[in-house]
Design a protein around this ligand. Sequence first.
Ligand code: ATP
Ligand code: MG
Length: 454
Amino acid sequence: MKISLPQDVTNIIERLESRGHEAYAVGGCVRDSILGKTPADWDITTSASPEEVKELFAHTIDTGIAHGTVTVMMNHCGYEVTTYRIDGEYKDGRHPESVAFTTRLSEDLKRRDFTINAMAYNSTEGLVDLFGGIEDLQSGTIRCVGCARERFSEDALRMLRAVRFSAQLGFAIEPDTYQAICDLAPTIARVSMERIMVELVKLLVSDHPEYLRLAYESGLSAVFLPELDLMMQTPQNSVHHCYGVGEHTLCALRHVPPDKNQRLAILFHDVGKPAARTTDAKGQDHFYGHPQIGAQMTGEILRRLKFDNDTIACVKRLVRYHDVRPEATMKSVRRGVVSMGLACFPMIFSIKRADTLAQSMYRREEKLAAIDDFERLYEEIMAEGQCVDKKMLAVNGRDLLELGLTQGSQVGDLLELLFAKVVEDPKSNTRDTLLAEAEKYIKSGTIPHRNPKE
Ligand code: ATP
Ligand code: MG
């Protein structure tokens, strides 16, 4: 097995070796190289102590000295160089009590989570694969290094990592490993939401986001995303649907591009349905108001999972508007862009298409054609440069101040007013028209106060 290492990595390894230390590329980069994928980053494991590493390289950053990690900078790239480590006892299921350094590579590989992540490589020794990683890569298997139960008891996050790697690689989780996840799933409650969120996002933007089903079936989602469990358990008897809410969602996930916000929006687009569901006399289910309910819930869930405010705002909006079907006129599409905001509006089309493609065939062509029309109108609006964002107004705050407005709040109110006008009538978005309009309001002293939008 030959892996081609980047020149910087070879240089780092050779420099360490020239001083009598051992050093190898390790973990994800070895796994990805063998799979023929380009590794996102290269990690190096070494017998040298952090101090010894720092002495050997001109530019280093103390990334995690206590855990033995030093980042070596080379040609503006950072490489994490970590001393061979043994993790001490895990008492709380998430942090080792202590870490000890060791001079044995085998000890360092033994502490790693899965066989496919526990291989090391350098050009002198070739591949070091002590736990059957190659075989598992070839058969497409996620298997713990050592006893699965013990490894998940040490760090419960590994259970979700198993699901995440299986989604990224399209691999199956080996039966003992999977059984251990099912048995220990409740213990993921000990893991911080921040760490869970990182794995959840990686799972969602993977090639197989629908493997999220494994998080449900094993009992993991019940702990950190019980809303998914409810969706999985909610049927929808409707001509529009061929799946229950959960399966529909998993199917739709595969139809949106692997973008964080879009995948999150599709994950939550119907999260309001279990609460909104009513069944009529004919046995048909209805979900009135589910986008509003869902948007509210999405905000709460994403906050709980520690997502940032920009992500929350965008995903909430996509959920809120996923089912809106504007009239096929430029005016109503402009209004739609304004109410959603220009930044996340363009994502609405892939959300709507994915939603449709995960429904029954009932009127599918018609639904897709309506989305195409909607998108075409949006593209025309943009091509014509019609104003759909305050930044596109032909006048700005300074222009209004020059007209003699003094109060800052009035500037905002007047801009808001002019903006509402040009959204209704794009031709009025010229400097002359808007300045004349502004003067009229200023002279008559009738600038209505507007509440800023949420
Ligand atoms: P990627 O970075 O592509 O998501 P990766 O395999 O590099 O995948 P990281 O989370 O960056 O994953 O971890 C790097 C390596 O560290 C892993 O390959 C694994 O060997 C080890 N590792 C990471 N997290 C754990 C953990 N919780 N328990 C045991 N080993 C871990
Ligand atoms: Mg990595």
